[in-house]
Every structure is written in C-alpha cells, then in structure tokens.
Ligand binder design. Structure first.
Ligand code: NAI
Ligand code: MG
Length: 489
C-alpha cells in the first residue's frame, strides 16, 4: 500500500456494526466465598471486596477477603490432602483428574471467556481465542506428564515438594492459574492459589470445576484477597514453594521474606522487550507484529514488545504504516467481537499509564495517539507511541504495562543489540529480518528468556517461559515447568 491508498482506506466513515457476545449463558453469583478443603467457606473476619467490570465500572460480585487465619486454614487443608491423598495416589490417576479439568474447561470455554472479559476488561476475541484455549492446553499438557516424570528426567529420582503457594496477577487470570496449578498437580504437589483482587472470578469458577471434577478435598485451595492475603501466604511457615507472577517490587519483597528459609521460589516479573525490525524484514508483517506485541491485551503483558527498535533506513516507512494501522484499531466494549483494545484493568493501572504519558512528554518525547473515541465510563487508553526518545528516558527503561510504545532507531546490528539489552529487564524480545543468520546472531546475544523471530506473543505449553535480570528467576512451561515443582536426586 502506498501513502495515498492507505490514507483512503482509513479515511472512510464506515464502521462495523456492533457484534456483542451474549451473556445469557453465564452465571455470576452475587457473592463468592473462599475455596478451602473442597468447599466454599466464609472468611473468618467477614471481610469482602467488590470485583468490578472495568469497562463500565459496575460491580460484578462481592468476593471474600482471606485473612491470616483463612490462609492458615487453606495451607492446613493442602498439607492434609498432600499427605493423605494426593502424594499417595497413583500418578496415572492424578493425570486423569487433570485431564478432567482440561476437558471441562473446553466444554465451558464460552462461559469462561465471557467472565474473563467482564471481570478484567480484555477483548472477548482474546479471551475466547487465546486465554481459555491455552489454559485448557496447559492442563492437557501437564496431565500427560503426571505418570511419566521419570522419563522427563532420566536417571533421576523425582519427588513432589509438598504444598505450593501461588500468587497470580490480573493480566491473564485463568491462564496464569493454569500455568501454576497444572504442573504443580502433575508433580504431586497440592496448592493454595491467590488470584489478583481485580480479577478473581474465573479462578473461583475454576474452583467449581475442580470440585465437580471430584478432586480430593484440599488438593487445590483458592483464597481471594489483596496483597495482604498474598503476603500471609508467603509468610506461612508450612509452605514448600512459592510461585509468583507480578510486579518486580512485590517479587523483591517476596525474595526478602524467603531469604534464609528452605522455601523454594520462582518469580515471573516485569519486562521491557524490544521488537527489532531490520531493513530487510517483511515490513507489513512486522507492523502487524509490533501491533500485536504492544496493543494485545491493552499492553497488560509482561513480555509485551513495548520498545520498537527500527533500522534507520526503514524507520519512516514503518512509523507511517504503524500510525495508519493504529488508526484502524477499535477501542471500546470488550464484549464486542470486533474490539481490538479493551478496557484498562483498573483505575490504578490507568493512573500509572497516564503518568507515563506525562513523563514521556516532559522528557521531550513526541507522543502520537490514535483518534479513537473512548467510552465515557470505564477505564481507557488510546493506542500510543513515542518518538524522539532516548535510551535514558523513563518511558524507554521502565515497564508501563499499557498500550504505549517507545520507538528508537539504530544503524548497525551491534547498535540494535546494545539498545535491546540496555534495560534492567530480560524477559522477551522479537527480531524481524529476512536473513536466518541475523536471527541466530541476535537470538544468541539478546539477554532474554523468550525471543520470537518474525512473530511475537506466541505461547505454547511445551516451551519454557521466564526471564533474566529483574524479569525474575526460574522457568514455567515445558519440562522446566516440571522441574520447578520437583525435588530431583
Ligand atoms: P502486584 O505485583 O502488586 O500484584 C500481583 C499479585 O501479587 C496480586 O495477586 C497481588 O494481590 C499480589 N500481591 C501484592 N502485594 C503482595 C505482597 N506484598 N505479597 C504477596 N503478594 C502480593 O502488581 P500490581 O500492583 O497489580 O501491578 C503493578 C505493576 O506490576 C503493573 O503496572 C505492571 O508493571 C507489573 N505487573 C506485572 C505483571 C507480570 O505479568 N509480570 C502482572 C501484573 C503487574
Ligand atoms: Mg474485576
């Protein structure tokens, strides 16, 4: 497309007709309790909090806030289940339960997708096509390993760790629960999971699935609440392993709390990934990859391609095409099947993003946003890019976790590489080029756990995921994900 035709394509007035997904087939209760020992129980201190729909600010449900005593009760139930049922069960039987969870998730996929979108604000297209199918795929994948652990680690003795405490964020609520629960169960551990306070509903639905699948009581316990509930889980003395995904700040505080104890831990923290576009790349595909890398899920993605490094000779073309494409992105009702960019997850996250928009401009960056009209209630941010920023700028160095892209240029491969590695993070990266040799050179030298070549944000249960530097420690997914829940000797 040259400049004239691309302008014509997006200057027309036509719009898609609304295509809202139906909510008729779903049930959300007014109030949810804690899932402990196989049943739903009220929190001891009687505290509850609201989970809202960030697209319209309406309350979806009241949810129990677990205090220290509730967390202790959940850990006790998990310990009992570990000792009396789960660790003594034949591995093939454990596998059958995990398969059952996977199959029920598939059967009820539409219901889960709708609730995920209502509670968290992400477009229904993403929860339907990505979050829920991938969550089921993780249960299927790890179900298969349950009775084959000794083949996964030939020559080693494998043993479960015991009780795992798992704390997850709000950007992929059900998928993160699956990432954490599936490998833990396959390896013979029992679990206490704490969902994020803005998106607890699909984890509570998963609790129903787990109960209905007939898992022995206490094998999976779900305690909802905010940071204090998470901290109570970390501080509990009878936990053998903590798995955390979230902010680097909380990851650090967890590391401090656990220093000097025998509790094992894995941490999946933030990122500031670079998408690196060479002049010889297929430019139109690269532009789609950039869009997918940063605007997917409102940029609420730890491995988001939040920096664009583009080779100087094609920078003007790439930026022009990117702006055209941004103009065509539909921002709004997450329940509409045409929506590309949904609601920002919470007012706090929106305030953080807006802060960075101010910081970026104050630092001298030039900000460009699409002209999308935003709904008047709910939390929204237009797709945004910054040009004219340099390596030391905060919008280039710090994780924004919103639909905000920082663009820099480079001339040589070495310069691109230097810039890519020059942040405190190392979770992911992307390379776009026609040359295989360049891909190998770059992927070897970029200090990041996951690197995509000529694509971005692709996930598979069989591939490990995790970061270097301040992006965390340990890996999830694949065989590495089993390793994290086993004692090998
Ligand atoms: P957060 O790290 O506070 O929340 C993640 C989870 O940790 C939630 O379940 C929360 O309740 C829990 N938590 C909070 N404080 C805790 C504590 N002291 N001990 C144990 N658990 C605790 O992240 P937040 O505030 O929601 O988001 C802030 C920033 O963190 C985002 O803007 C983003 O940059 C980053 N983030 C990164 C994520 C990732 O996937 N790597 C996910 C979510 C946020
Ligand atoms: Mg919510």
């Amino acid at each position: 497309m040259d400049e004239t035709t691309s302008k014509l394509a997006f200057d027309t007035d036509w719009q898609y007709d609304p295509a809202p997904e139906s909510t008729d087939h779903i049930r959300i209760d007014e109030q949810y309790e804690l899932f402990i020992g196989g049943e739903f129980v009220a929190p001891k201190e009687g505290r509850y909090f609201d989970s809202i729909n960030p697209a319209n600010e309406q309350v979806l449900a009241r949810v129990a806030a677990a205090g220290k005593d509730d967390v202790a009760r959940a850990v006790k139930a998990a310990r009992k289940a570990y000792q009396t049922s789960w660790s003594t069960l034949k591995p093939a039987e454990r596998g059958k339960y995990i398969y059952r969870i996977a199959r029920v998730l598939q059967e009820r996929a539409r219901e889960f997708a709708v609730i995920e979108t209502l509670d968290g604000g992400k477009p229904i297209r993403e929860s339907r096509d990505i979050d829920i199918p991938l969550a089921a795929a993780h249960f299927f994948y790890y179900a298969g390993w349950a009775d084959k652990l000794e083949y996964a680690f030939p020559g080693k003795q494998v043993a479960a760790l015991g009780v795992a405490g798992q704390i997850i964020p709000w950007n992929f609520p059900l998928l993160m629960a699956a990432w954490k629960i599936a490998p833990a169960l396959a390896c013979g551990n029992t679990v206490v999971l704490k969902p994020a306070e803005t998106t607890p509903l699909t984890a509570l639905k998963l609790a129903e699935v787990i109960r209905d699948a007939g898992l022995p009581p206490g094998v999976v316990n779900i305690v909802t609440g905010a940071g204090d509930t998470g901290a109570a889980l970390v501080d509990h003395p009878d936990i053998d392993k903590i798995a955390f995904t979230g902010s680097t700040a909380v990851g650090r505080s967890i590391q401090k709390s656990l220093a000097g104890t025998s509790t094992k831990y894995t941490l999946e923290l933030g990122g500031k990934a670079a998408n690196i576009i060479f002049a010889d790349a297929a430019i139109d595909e690269a532009v789609e990859g950039i869009v997918n890398g940063i605007f997917f899920n409102q940029g609420h993605v730890c491995c988001a391609g939040s920096r664009l490094l583009v080779q100087e000779s094609v920078a003007d073309e790439v930026i022009r095409k990117l702006k055209d494409r941004m103009e065509s992105l539909i921002v709004g009702d997450p329940m509409d099947k045409n929506t590309d960019i949904g609601a920002i997850n919470s007012p706090a996250q929106l305030a953080k993003i807006e802060d960075y928009l101010r910081i970026g401009q104050a630092e001298g960056g030039e900000m460009y946003q699409s002209s999308a009209t935003l709904p008047t209630t709910g939390y929204w941010c237009r797709p945004t890019l910054f040009t004219g920023v340099s390596q030391s700028n905060r919008v280039v160095q710090e994780e924004i976790f919103g639909p905000v892209l920082a663009i820099q240029t480079f001339r040589t491969l070495e310069e691109g590489l230097d810039k890519a590695n020059n942040t405190p993070y190392g979770l992911s990266g992307g390379v776009w080029t026609d040359k295989g040799a360049k891909i190998f050179k770059m992927t070897r030298a970029i200090r990041a756990g996951v690197i995509w070549a000529n694509t971005f944000n692709k996930f598979d249960p069989a591939s490990p995921f995790g970061g270097y530097k301040e992006s965390g420690m340990g890996r999830e997914g694949g065989l590495h994900g089993l390793d994290a829940y086993l004692e090998l000797s």
